[in-house]
Design a protein around this ligand. Structure first.
Ligand code: RIB
Ligand code: CA
Length: 328
């Protein structure tokens, strides 16, 4: 039997992030060491509240939760309550946690965990899973670049090769703090951190039907299954669709079951200017073995494993099984 993989989630909980937290907290193949919070879908204080609430529901008071950046590096915060509800997590009216967040800033908590991991065995290295604007991670890698030695890889939800959601060009997490995303990609090249981009090319493919969410909700008892069912139901009703994506949980599926994801290693940059394209991930799909010397930009310094397709049924099943109490 292999040891569970140590992971840390960086979240802006968020309906999608709540789906991801349920999976990460419950699946035995991963060891959720901490959750760090950043402003994004909701203000950072609501993100902390929502995150603690989910961890209460799954009975994981052992997982430290730290508050991080409340706003992007340059621009003001722009939340997505129109997508996630007034409280940022489907306005369920469930009780708030009585637990307090860790007193450390998210960056300090990450530094501590990663420094310890760096001095341990290779198996102790941490997989960092940012599911939110990359502000905390940019601050971490700029302030404490040596912390990268404790990382196994970064698997982030963000970007895309073809489509946007916050704008026609850009995906929300990268659009919300493009400078942070650019810093993280640049740091990955400098510090030799492997990166997987779970972007919009696959994000919407992993779906759960209203019938399946109703079965989860019917389990009741305000436990993980009911919460999972209510989250999916909220999104499918909001969009008037017969099903809804499990959202950021797909990126956690990619950590647990990489074989379900098809990736291609490609150079990626973030557009920091642009009238209509700020925050877009520029994924270079050209063949650089040919003559591209005419390109004044040259090849992007960071190559990323970009998710191009997903075995959607396999990931949906993994999530459903886990949140409903069975993991094998
Ligand atoms: O763009 C997808 C992102 O938006 C996810 O991280 C999720 O939080 C959603 O709100
Ligand atoms: Ca998110």
């Amino acid at each position: 039997m292999t040891e569970p993989l140590p992971i840390v989630l960086d979240v802006d909980t968020g309906v999608d992030d709540a789906c991801a937290l349920l999976l990460a907290a419950l699946h035995p193949d991963v060891d959720l060491r901490a959750v760090t919070c950043v402003g994004g879908n909701a203000g950072v204080d609501d993100v902390v509240r929502n995150t603690l609430k989910v961890l209460d529901v799954v009975g994981r008071p052992d997982v430290p939760v730290a508050r991080g950046a409340g706003r992007p590096l340059i621009e003001p915060a722009r939340d997505a309550r129109h997508v996630h509800g007034e409280d940022g997590m489907a306005d369920l009216g469930w009780p708030s946690s009585e637990r307090h967040p860790d007193p450390r800033h998210a960056v300090e908590l990450l530094r501590g965990l990663l420094s310890r991991a760096a001095t341990g065995e290779p198996a102790d290295r941490i997989t960092l899973v940012p599911l939110a604007p990359l502000t905390n991670i940019a601050l971490l890698l700029r302030t404490y670049p040596e912390a990268a030695a404790g990382l196994r890889e970064i698997v982030f939800m963000g970007g895309g090769t073809e489509i946007g959601n916050a704008t026609a060009s850009a995906e929300f997490n990268v659009w919300h703090d493009p400078e942070a995303a650019a810093i993280v990609l640049e740091s990955a090249a400098e510090l030799d951190i492997p990166v997987v981009m779970y972007g919009l090319d696959v994000f919407y493919d992993v779906r759960v039907s209203r019938e399946q969410s109703a079965e989860l909700t019917a389990v009741g008892g305000r436990g993980p299954a009911e919460l999972a069912g209510r989250l999916v139901d909220f999104q499918s009703r909001r969009l008037g669709q017969p099903d809804a994506t499990i959202g950021d949980a797909g990126a956690v599926c990619a950590v647990i079951d990489r074989a379900g994801l098809t990736t291609v290693r490609l150079p990626v940059r973030v557009e920091l200017a642009g009238t209509f394209s700020r925050g877009r991930t520029i994924v270079d799909r050209r063949d650089w073995s040919g003559d591209l010397a005419h390109d004044p930009h040259g090849i992007a310094p960071t190559s990323v494993e970009v998710a191009m397709s997903v075995d959607a049924g396999r990931y949906a099943e993994l999530w459903l099984r886990t949140v409903n109490g069975g993991t094998r």
